[in-house]
Design a protein around this ligand. Structure first.
Ligand code: ZN
Length: 111
């Protein structure tokens, strides 16, 4: 008899996380202040973005923020720390959740 734990921790930030998207332009949208920049994953990371796919896998609810905003304001924090349900979220937070579930298509820039 064994117990199989499912690996749930986030991968470390690295370019390999980006796979086939590593050279694609990603629309980096800050879920807190709505700042928007179109950058490759590496360029976004180097500019201080906390974003997918460099920092977090696509479709996983985790922060999507610029270098000036803080994690306490993210929808991830509302759910994971403040235990809010979807119906408790603001319209902007619901929009963020939908955008995360729609990744990568929802954040790919057309080139
Ligand atoms: Zn921001």
């Amino acid at each position: 008899m064994g117990v199989n734990f499912k690996e749930t921790k986030m991968p470390l930030p690295k370019i390999e996380n980006c796979g086939e998207y590593k050279d694609r332009k990603i629309i980096h949208i800050c879920e807190v202040c709505r700042k928007c920049e179109v950058l490759t994953p590496r360029a976004g990371y180097e500019k201080g973005w906390d974003f997918s796919p460099y920092m977090y896998p696509f479709k996983v609810v985790s922060p999507r923020i610029c270098n000036e905003c803080t994690i306490e304001k993210t929808v991830y924090w509302q759910i994971a720390v403040n235990h809010k349900s979807f119906s408790d979220l603001t319209d902007m937070q619901k929009e963020t959740i939908k955008r995360i579930y729609g990744e990568p298509e929802s954040i790919l820039a057309n080139e």
